[in-house]
Design a protein around this ligand. Structure first.
Ligand SMILES: *[C@@H]1O[C@H](CO)[C@@H](O)[C@H](O)[C@H]1NC(C)=O
Length: 365
């Protein structure tokens, strides 16, 4: 009797977990084609463009070639191990041109598996600093790099690792030395699959102040991408399997975050981009995590893509108090499979993917 009861409770628990996960998994969802204007692929990117960061004058830095096979090779296409980590730059102001590869500092040339990316611009010197999550073979790093536009090259400023970096996803630059970073799992290996299955809350959100790292949100799960609001007073965090975007009030300096609001997007949201000129949020999203999983296990299988725009309509100190959701771009996976990021610059859109190409679109009103 006792065993039966235990078995029943266990079964009920697993069914409940599976049900919760299947919602975000979108097992029956498909991709619908929708264009904001003319769209095309941007050469030469073919091996992913997981995240994109944009300068105030429209230079887009794209992280490409993440080697997902390092995390769990049995779950992904063997071709991932051949991917080469790169940073590309695309100029929104010369948008007819291709993306151009940026040369990396020596220590990263054979040691680069880039994921989330952010940047800072020095308003006085004009220097551009990139902050890049790098899954090195030996551990998780945030690489801080300085961009030299004449030579289109990056030089190493600082390479940061920390015992709290368990499985980094994204980074938000605060100043030259400090940043926030999200862990999307505790395990870097295949064990990570157990975390959502068992509902383990082993993710955290980290503030590194230049010297010390500390956990500012603990016991979470499914932490993905982070971005800063226009006025710097709020932090956005995406939660793909929960299909929502969370808004935290930020205390500058101490970097404490207080959950203020949660927006149901109804889809697995990936990277979030905060448009500094309009205040809109742009999200690369996955209509079906089930099809994305298949695509990652065989890159030739397509996964649908969708871009979501969230327009704030609230007062300045609480902009998303009221909002509207738009879906300006959708694809069945042919133009772009598995859209993980979307960035906007003056009625132009760049859409990045986990392991596929990049799309550029004009946004016609
Ligand atoms: C977040 O900030 C807004 C605007 O200042 C305020 O109205 C709201 O109460 C804050 N929320 C929390 C949870 O502190």
């Amino acid at each position: 009797m006792f065993l039966k009861t235990v078995a029943f409770i266990l079964l009920a628990f697993l069914v409940q977990r599976a049900w919760k996960l299947s919602l975000g998994f979108g097992t029956s969802n498909v991709g619908y084609i929708n264009r904001p204007g003319p769209c095309r692929n941007v050469a030469p990117i073919e091996t992913g463009s997981e995240d994109i960061a944009v300068t105030s004058n429209g230079l887009a830095f794209i992280s490409s070639g993440m080697q997902l096979s390092d995390m769990c090779s049995s779950a992904v296409d063997a071709r991932f191990s051949q991917f080469v980590g790169r940073i590309y730059v695309f100029d929104f102001q010369n948008s007819k041109q291709d993306a151009v590869e940026v040369s990396l500092p020596k220590e990263l040339q054979y040691n680069f598996s880039p994921h989330g990316i952010d940047l800072l611009e020095d308003s006085e010197t004009g220097e551009i600093l990139l902050f890049v999550v790098n899954h090195r073979k030996i551990g998780e790093f945030v690489e801080i790099l300085s961009y030299q536009p004449e030579s289109r090259s990056l030089s190493m400023v600082r390479s940061v690792t920390h015992e709290l970096f368990t499985s980094l996803n994204d980074v938000l630059a605060i100043d030259r030395n400090s940043f926030l970073a999200s862990n999307d799992a505790y395990f870097r290996s295949c064990w990570r699959i157990l975390e959502p299955l068992l509902g383990l809350r082993w993710c955290n959100f980290i503030y590194f102040d230049g010297t010390v790292g500390q956990s500012i949100i603990e016991n979470g799960h499914d932490f993905n991408s982070v971005a800063l609001s226009r006025n710097g007073k709020q932090v956005y965090l995406t939660r793909p399997s929960e299909m929502k975007l969370e808004i935290y009030n930020r205390s500058k300096g101490t970097e404490t975050l207080k959950l203020h609001q949660s927006i149901n997007v109804g889809m697995a949201v990936d990277n979030v981009f905060s448009d500094q000129s309009t205040g809109d949020l742009w999200l690369g999203s996955h209509p079906s995590l089930a099809l994305l999983t298949k695509h990652l296990s065989d890159i030739d299988l397509r996964a649908p893509s969708q871009v979501i725009r969230i327009q704030p309509l609230g007062p300045q100190n609480d902009p998303f108090n009221t909002y509207k959701l738009f879906s300006p771009f959708g694809d069945d996976g042919e133009l772009v499979s598995g859209s993980s990021s979307a960035v906007h610059f003056k009625d132009k859109l760049l859409i990045g993917t986990v392991a596929h190409k990049v799309a550029y679109c004009e946004v016609q009103s």
